[in-house]
Design a protein around this ligand. Structure first.
Ligand code: DOR
Length: 428
């Protein structure tokens, strides 16, 4: 199978032709070759296939909300060639067998590389470590561990997990939420609005105390912590400080991700009590959004991760306090980042490639993703029309769920094609 992408803008800004054969990029330049599939990419931007560090695929257990196949379709439509599937399924991905099962479901869907995330603790209960070593040694080669949806709140358990994964270059991705300061019922950023709306407050400090603790534990253990879905200005400050320390010491590492929704949506959307906007951590005020954008632009935040969290109607359509936390993100992430960061003058397209492909692939230790667009590399590719604007329509989603906070919004920058090892997985 051969493919010729003609005249795409590459990351250096220059237009070139890209020839792909048998899954690899073979040649880049001004080419007169012919191929079985030719794509006219005049005016389009070619990126390395996107990598999502944080996807909820819901299979096994909640196939009414999403399956590995439906989530893979949504991911390919969003320009992704690899996603990390979070462990809070039913059963939880806390054994080697469970991780291998998710890997195999991903392979049989065949649209993106589905890399399982392993639970940090058995059953996500926060007490006993899960089978971290067995998951790492399994066919699934698990390297990222997370109890996401729940915080590893016990400092001793977090310390042991960091020590354990250090041996095989693993990383703990932490859902930073001190349950004493923000219990499960907390669902609105704590401030004036939470009081006015009568919703239980989720204060910024409940995230920040865990981020502060975990960066110190990472330093103490010489291991790697990844801060999932950073949502406050204070957390950005802490990560900035920790990175400076870690760079000086060289023996430990802190990385962080931000979601598209925390880069654009704010707390005031909750005034209508629409559960579509209920997410954990919650939407924050404009000052936090500004700090998150600045942190992403200056490299304090390494990656954009979707936290794609599909929910069935019967879990979401409730009074705000009773509805499930989470929103869709895979299909719209690139457009939101393009609208906020590229149109906003904060990142160029090489920057988008860094935060949505290169850095997430590096954090997760994925071979073959997030690579430079040069001959010899796997042809995991995303083609984007940077000028196309469109209105998001939740009915058009490939996800099985409809909890789409972007419905009705106009965004700029559209994925027009995705290829996994040279095979087309999405066509606009
Ligand atoms: O909003 C969220 N939904 N945040 C999480 O951390 C978990 C996720 C889910 O699994 O639905």
């Amino acid at each position: 199978m051969s493919l010729l992408i003609k005249g795409a803008r590459l990351l250096g800004g220059k237009a070139a032709d890209v020839y792909v054969e048998d899954g690899l990029i073979r040649e880049i330049g001004s080419l007169s070759t012919t191929a079985e599939e030719t794509v006219d990419a005049d005016g389009l931007v070619l990126l390395p296939g996107l990598v999502d560090l944080h996807t909820h695929l819901r299979e096994p257990g909640r196939e009414d909300a999403e399956t590995v196949l439906s989530g893979s379709r949504a991911a390919a439509a969003g320009g992704y060639t690899s996603v990390l599937a979070m462990a809070n399924t039913s059963p939880v991905t806390d054994t080697a067998e469970a991780a291998e099962r998710v890997l195999d479901l991903g392979r049989s869907a065949g649209l993106v590389d589905v890399q399982p995330v392993g639970a940090v603790t058995r059953g996500l209960v926060g007490e006993e470590l899960a089978e971290l070593g067995l998951m790492a040694r399994s066919r699934a080669r698990v390297r990222v561990f997370s109890d996401d949806g729940r915080c590893v709140a016990d400092a001793r358990v977090m310390r042991r997990a960091l020590e354990y994964v250090k041996a095989f270059g693993g990383v703990i991705s932490q859902h930073s939420q001190d349950p004493a300061l923000a219990p499960h019922a907390a669902c609105c950023h704590e401030g004036r609005l939470s009081g006015e709306l009568g919703l239980p407050g989720w204060p910024s400090v409940a995230e920040e105390v865990i981020v502060a603790r975990d960066v110190m534990l990472a330093r103490h253990t010489g291991s790697r912590v990844h801060v999932a879905h950073v949502s406050t200005a204070g957390s950005v400050e802490l990560v900035r400080w920790a990175k400076a320390q870690a760079e000086r010491d060289g023996m430990w590492a802190v990385t962080a991700e931000v979601t598209p929704h925390h880069l654009l949506l704010t707390t005031d959307l909750l005034t209508g009590y629409d559960p579509t906007f209920k997410v954990n951590p919650p939407l924050r005020p404009a000052e936090d959004v500004e700090a998150l954008r600045a942190g992403l632009a200056d490299g304090t935040i390494d990656a954009v991760a979707t936290d794609h969290a599909p929910h069935a109607r019967h879990d979401k359509e409730h009074a705000f306090v009773d509805a499930a936390f989470g929103m869709l993100g895979l299909e719209t992430a690139l457009s939101v980042v393009a609208t906020v960061m590229v149109e906003g003058g904060l990142l160029d397209w090489a920057g988008v490639a860094r935060v949505m492909s290169v850095n997430p692939a590096g954090i997760a230790g994925l071979d073959g993703h997030g690579r430079a667009l040069v001959a010899g590399e796997p042809a995991n590719l995303t083609l984007v029309d940077p000028a196309a604007s469109y209105v998001v329509d939740r009915a058009a989603s490939l996800s099985l769920s409809r909890n789409n906070p972007w419905h009705g919004r106009t965004v700029t920058g559209q994925v027009v094609g995705t290829w996994l090892r040279g095979t087309r997985t999405f066509s606009a």
